[in-house]
Design a protein around this ligand. Structure first.
Ligand SMILES: Nc1ncnc2c1ncn2[C@@H]1O[C@H](COP(=O)(O)OP(=O)(O)OP(=O)(O)O)[C@@H](O)[C@H]1O
Length: 242
């Protein structure tokens, strides 16, 4: 995939409200970029524009002409009438036999191929959704608060599995989150958005070695330093805990 290049001069909804104004950034191939901003800042709107679902904006997004783009949402969006294996086969028909077993093992779901979504916990369903996103071999993966409302240990496991999958195939990732520590534990770089109409207030490189647990001293310290340096940007919009 080429460098992702995003330049949104303005995004207005038909009711006249302006969600995004003057927002621009590039992301290198394979870069893991977190996007953090207050509720209503336009994060979901931004991902919809980048994915091509929303073309009604002033500006340009370059993803490369044949870039495969994957999406993972907060809700797993699995087909309830299909088994785990069948849900995965929808995006990758070659995901059968040993290849399927290996893939499921990567996300701790070795014995779940024949189960239906309703037989899985919320965390397990999200693992299937995450695996599905990677099985389509995206060059760009857009993730919209994918681990929101999971308990802390489950979210921690999913973060570890996400990094393993990402490091295997290295798509460019744009990961929207409200959680500053989650952003710092995962990303190469964090883009902080202003309240809407949003633009980028701070483009922050996370220069910490991996793995970095969310509750590690290094992540906690970096979060505290950011909160002290940019209280207006971060106050009231971001939890400092998982
Ligand atoms: N279809 C729509 N029509 C009109 N306004 C919209 C529409 N969708 C979103 N908006 C407005 O655009 C702004 C950005 O919304 P968006 O959902 O992108 O924000 P967000 O940062 O993802 O919010 P959250 O963190 O709460 O999910 C908000 O003010 C919202 O009310």
């Amino acid at each position: 995939m080429n460098t992702l290049s995003v330049h949104i001069a303005a995004k207005r909804y038909p009711n006249g409200s302006c969600a995004i104004q003057g927002l621009a950034f590039d992301a290198r191939p394979g870069e893991f970029v977190a996007i953090v901003g207050p509720s209503g800042a336009g994060k979901t709107t931004l991902l919809k524009i980048i994915s091509g679902l929303d073309t009604d904006f002033d500006g340009a997004v370059q993803t490369g002409s044949d870039a495969r783009i994957g999406f993972m949402f907060q809700e797993p969006r699995l087909m309830p009438w299909l088994t785990v294996a069948q849900n995965l086969a929808l995006v990758d028909p070659t995901a059968t036999g040993q290849r399927l077993t290996d893939a499921l093992e990567r996300v701790g779901l070795k014995d779940c191929a024949a189960l239906f979504p309703k037989q899985l916990s919320g965390g397990m369903q999200r693992r299937v959704a995450m695996l599905r996103a990677f099985l389509m071999a995206p060059q760009l993966l857009l993730m919209d608060e994918p681990f929101q409302s999971l308990d802390a240990p489950t979210a921690g496991q999913l973060r570890e599995q996400l990094l393993t999958l990402w490091q295997d195939s290295k798509p460019t990732v744009l990961f929207v989150t409200h959680n500053l520590q989650e952003a710092l534990s995962l990303a190469d770089r964090v883009l902080f958005l202003t309240p809407g109409p949003s633009h980028i207030a701070l483009d922050f490189a996370v220069e910490l070695a991996r793995p970095r647990a969310l509750d590690s001293e290094a992540v906690q310290r970096m979060a505290q330093e950011l909160l002290q340096a940019h209280p207006d940007l971060l106050r009231g919009t971001l939890g400092t805990h998982a």
